[in-house]
Design a protein around this ligand. Sequence first.
Ligand SMILES: *Cc1c(COP(=O)(O)O)cnc(C)c1O
Length: 458
Amino acid sequence: MKLPKAESYKIKMVEPIRQSTREERELWIKDANYNLFNLRSSQVFVDLLTDSGTGAMSDRQWSEMMLGDESYAGASSYYKVKNAIKDITGFEYFLPTHQGRAAENVLFSALIKEGNLVPGNSHFDTTKAHIEFRKSQAIDCTIDEAFDTELDHPFKGNIDLTKLEKVLSENPKENIPLIIVTITCNSSGGQPVSMQNMREVSEMAKKYDIPVYYDSARFAENAYFIKIREEGYSQKTIREIVKEMFSYADGMTMSSKKDAIVNMGGFIGMRHKEVFDQASVFNILFEGFNTYGGMSGRDMNALAQGLYDGTEFDYLETRIGQVAYLGQMLKDYGVPVQYPFGGHAIFVDAKRFLPNIPKEEYIAQTLAVELYIEGGVRGVEIGSIMADRDPETGENRYPDLELMRLAIPRRTYTNDHMKYVAAAIINVYDRRNEITKGLRIVTEAPILRHFTVELEKL
Ligand SMILES: *Cc1c(COP(=O)(O)O)cnc(C)c1O
């Protein structure tokens, strides 16, 4: 018998979780104004709201915590992270920040001016918000294949070079401060970008003399997909692939809460001293002195170790295998899910799941609420609530895809939890024709409204 794959770690510490009743959940979600961000974690059984900061640290990371140096300036922990970043990404310069969006805030303060254009592949919500907050525009150049959830394409995160060249050739260079390539592309379903595409984007950017930055939250998962799917990379190690990926970029922003497997942290990696100098001013202003930037020494130590943990092949195989395990159970039953499966999450195509709900009634949010009521599983809407209103017209934006994302925290749940989640989704799927009414917004914030929106059932 062929031996099956199994987790590349064993468990040393556990945290109890509790199943609730349907009656309890109906009450709790109403009290939460049908916004899953308003639930208490104790009201959730399997929490797939996000994979951000929710992973389990390794024994090596915990032991590094004890060695943290809390000096205000020049802490050894700072140098540990600096060396790890240099070693893994190749970037000479680095600034620590408290999380990924803080890295965006600091870098964009240095680079982006009002009226600029920032092309990229389905910019992440905080990235887009930080661009629009500066009265600039994020231009989506993702390949069209990304928007067909059924189409099998190995690199749905790729940038369409024709779309990119159109932006670069039709606008003055001074208006395009950078190109942002998101690896993996979160908003389009955790889909990877190929090495070839990174190379081609870099060549085009050089031709137009525009820097390229990677939004790198899941760079290691992207490298795993390159190793598995792209010709010429199967014999290379994850770290060799990562090095090559970053060789095509001028810098990176990082949410360390993702592939660096820490509960809090972020950073900017840079190739050029001028950018480092400009960004340093804002880092000191917003985050803290350059050698800690919003992080404690112990957290920087855990981050340095996490960069190594997160770029191990066995770990990535376990993680991405678990995501696919959930995805395959759903796909086999006929539940419409984004395919191929992403690296960190399964995306359920809510439009095809709930064809009776009009887009004005927030299809993916309706589905996420139904799943919570069914089994205490918390997913998140990636759809028209998250898309916010158009800053100019004030109208709702309806994206091509209405998705319910089930993000899997790293090293946290077992495959039995995945079986439970699949069963809950399948139960909702079996009664999908009875779900005919969606939700209505009662109150909302002007930007990033999905975090605090209040809704009611129609
Ligand atoms: C999470 C994430 C961010 C923002 O990082 P935070 O740590 O949540 O502030 C930016 N880009 C991508 C692709 C992300 O996944």
